[in-house]
Design a binder for this molecule. Structure first.
Ligand code: NAD
Length: 359
C-alpha cells in the first residue's frame, strides 16, 4: 500500500530529527512492505527566508493532498524580531487552523530505562507512568482576538471557547480514556475564567455518555502541582490550548527529556499532523546533539492513528525501547551511568532503524 506524507523539516534541529524519523519510516516500509512517499516542504523560518511567508501556499496545498504531515519544528532567534503575524510559529497555527486539527494528543510515557533521567524521585513517579494529555488546539487564547492599544502601551489576547469546540475535544478525550485507564481529569480555571466555566459545564454534559469513565475537574494551578508531586494519579488529562501547551511540557520533563515526547494533531477523519512537542532548540541545532526519539515516536503515532498500522507502530516503539535498553543515550538523557553510551542524533536514528530490521 502507498501512503503519501507531507514532510516539513522546518528550522533548527527540525531537519536533524526529521531525518532520523524518515530513516525509521523507510525501514518500516522495507520490513512490512509499504511504500511511504514523502514530499519535503518548506514552512517556518526557512520558508520566510526562501519566499517571504512562513506557510507558503504550495506547502499548505501539498499538506491537504497528503494522508499525513510529519513536522520537525519551526522558529529561532533570527526571526524573533518579526511582528507576531509574520513569525515562523504562524506556520504552525495556520496549519492547525487550515487543516482543522482540533485534537492534540501528547502522551507522556516514562520508559523504564529512563527513570534515572527524570528529575523526580522514583518513589514519586511510581510504576509505569503513562499520561495522555489531550489538548484543544484550534481555539482559546492562541486564536482569540488580539491587539495592541494606546500606541503599544497595552496589549490584549482573548480566551474564548464555544460549546461545540469544547464538546468535540471532550468527545476525543473521553473516547481515549475509554481505551485506556478510564480516568479523565479535565483541567480548567473555572474559579476565575468564564470560558472555563463553560468548559466545565460542557465536559460534565459529555460525561453522561460515558458512565464508565471516572471524571474529575481540577484547576490548572493545582494540576501543575499535582503533576510533580503525584503524577501517577493521572490517566488522561483534558485541557484547553494554552493550559495544554504548558502542562504537556511539564509532563514531558517527568519522562526525562522534552526530546522524548511525540504528538499527534487530529481532525475528524484519519488525517493527522505528527510532530515532536519540542521546538527548534537553536542552542543545539546543527551539533548532532538532538534527541530524535520524539520525532521517531511521532512516526509511530502516525502509523497507528492515520494509517491504522498497529503492528508497525509497535515495532517503532519497541525499537526505541531496545536502543534505550542497550544503554544508548543522546546528551539530554545521558547520565554517565554504568552501561550508558553517549551517541548523537544520526547514530540514534540509525540504531533505531536497525532495530526495526532486527526485530
Ligand atoms: P525548545 O523546545 O526548542 O528548547 C527548550 C530546551 O530543550 C532547549 O534547551 C533545547 O536544547 C532542549 N531540547 C528541545 N528539543 C530537544 C531534543 N530533541 N533533544 C535534546 N534537547 C532538546 O524550546 P524554546 O527554546 O522555548 O524554543 C526555541 C524555538 O522553537 C522558538 O523559536 C520557539 O518559538 C520554537 N518552538 C517551536 C515549536 C514547534 O515548532 N512545534 C514548539 C516550541 C517552540
Amino acid at each position: 500500500m502507498n501512503y503519501k506524507i507531507a514532510v516539513i523539516p522546518g528550522d533548527g534541529i527540525g531537519p536533524e530529527v526529521v531525518g532520523a524519523a524518515t530513516q525509521v519510516l523507510d525501514r518500516v516500509g522495507e520490513k512490512f512492505g509499504h511504500t511511504f512517499i514523502g514530499q519535503t516542504l518548506l514552512a517556518g523560518g526557512c520558508a520566510i527566508d526562501a519566499c517571504g511567508k512562513a506557510l507558503p501556499d504550495e506547502t499548505l496545498a501539498a499538506c491537504k493532498q497528503s494522508d499525513a504531515v510529519l513536522l520537525g519544528a519551526v522558529g529561532g532567534p533570527m526571526w524573533d524580531t518579526l511582528p507576531g503575524a509574520a513569525r515562523p510559529e504562524q506556520a504552525l497555527l495556520s496549519l492547525r487552523k487550515e487543516l482543522a486539527l482540533f485534537a492534540n494528543l501528547r502522551p507522556a510515557i516514562l520508559f523504564e530505562e529512563l527513570i534515572s533521567a527524570s528529575p523526580l524521585k522514583p518513589e514519586i513517579i511510581g510504576e509505569g507512568l503513562d499520561i495522555l494529555v489531550v489538548r484543544e488546539l484550534t481555539g482559546g487564547i492562541y486564536f482569540g482576538d488580539k491587539g495592541i492599544k494606546d500606541g503599544g502601551k497595552s496589549a490584549y489576547d482573548v480566551e474564548e471557547y464555544s460549546e461545540e469546540e469544547v464538546r468535540r475535544i471532550a468527545q476525543t478525550a473521553f473516547s481515549m480514556a475509554d481505551k485506556r485507564g478510564k480516568r479523565l481529569a479535565s483541567v480548567d480555571k473555572a474559579n476565575v475564567l468564564e470560558s472555563s466555566r463553560l468548559w466545565r459545564r460542557v465536559v460534565g454534559e459529555i460525561a453522561a455518555q460515558y458512565p464508565q469513565i471516572s471524571l474529575s475537574h481540577m484547576y490548572v494551578d493545582n494540576a501543575a502541582m499535582q503533576l510533580v508531586c503525584a503524577p501517577g494519579q493521572f490517566d488522561v488529562i483534558l485541557t484547553s490550548n494554552i493550559f495544554g501547551d504548558i502542562l504537556s511540557d511539564e509532563a514531558s520533563m517527568i519522562t526525562g527529556s522534552i526530546g522524548m515526547l511525540p504528538s499527534a494533531s487530529l481532525t475528524y477523519g484519519n488525517f493527522g499532523m505528527y510532530e515532536p512537542i519540542h521546538g527548534s532548540a537553536p542552542d543545539i541545532a546543527g551539533l548532532d546533539k538532538a534527541n530524535p526519539m520524539a520525532a521517531v515516536l511521532s512516526v509511530a503515532m502516525m502509523l497507528r492513528y492515520t494509517f491504522g498500522l498497529k503492528e508497525e507502530a509497535n515495532a517503532v516503539e519497541e525499537a526505541v525501547k531496545a536502543v534505550l535498553a542497550k544503554g544508548y543515550r543522546t546528551p539530554d538523557i545521558y547520565r554517565k551511568a554504568d552501561g550508558e553510551t553517549l551517541i548523537g542524533t544520526k547514530e540514534a536514528g540509525k540504531r533505531i532503524a536497525d532495530e526495526i530490521m532486527d526485530s
